[in-house]
Design a binder for this molecule. Sequence first.
Ligand SMILES: *Cc1c(COP(=O)(O)O)cnc(C)c1O
Length: 225
Amino acid sequence: MDIKTRSEIQAEITRLANKYQRTDNNISLLAVSKTRSATEIELLINQGQLCFGENYLQEATEKIETLKEHDLEWHYIGKIQSNKTRLIATHFDWVHTVDRLKIAQRLNDQRPAELAPIKVCLQVNSSGEASKGGISFDELPTLVKEVNQLEHIELRGLMTLPAPADELEQQRLPFKAVRAAFDSLRQQGVDLDTLSMGTTNDFEAAIAEGATMIRIGTALFGARQ
Ligand SMILES: *Cc1c(COP(=O)(O)O)cnc(C)c1O
C-alpha cells in the first residue's frame, strides 16, 4: 500500500462519506503512530495532523514528552494492563480500549485532578473471538451505566477492532452490529457521540456503517516492521 498524505486521506474520507450518504460530516482522522519516531510524527504535524493514537506505553510517554511543545491530542488504543492505568490516566486525553469496570475505576481514581476528565470509548468485541479484547454486546449496557457514574471519566462512545476480513460486505457486518448497539444506547438516553472504528484495511466499511473516527497507521506512515 502506498503512503498517502493526510490531505489525500481526508479527501478519501469525504469521498466515502458522500458515497454512503453520510449526512453528519464529522468523521475525524486519528493517526496511529505506534512504532513511529517523534520525527515521523512531526512530519504529520506539519501536514496539520494533531490527534495521534499509541499502543505501547513506554514509547508513547517518551514521544509525548518529546513533542510536548505541540498542542497534540493523544489517544491510547492499546491493550490495558491494570498496573499501567496510572500512566494512561496521566498522559492521555482519550482511551479507546476500556472493556471492564475495574480498568475504568482505576483510570477514574488515577486521573490527575488538574486535568479534564479522560475521554473514553468502550471497546466492544464485535467478532466474538475469545482472544480479542472487548466487552460482549450482552454486557455492554451494564458497563455503560457503571462507567457513566465515574466523575473523572467522560464516556464518549464505542470502539471496535474486528477480526480482519477481505471483502467489503464481510467487513461491514461487525461495524453494523456496533453501530446498532451505539444507536440503541443513544435511544435509551445515553449521551454518546463517538464510534471509533476502521483501520487502513477496512475504513471504507467502517464509514459505510457510521464511524465517526477512523484510526489509520499504515496508510499514513507505511508498513510497520
Ligand atoms: C495499529 C492499530 C490501528 C492502525 O492499523 P493500520 O492497519 O496500520 O491502519 C488501528 N487501531 C488499533 C487499535 C491498532 O492497534
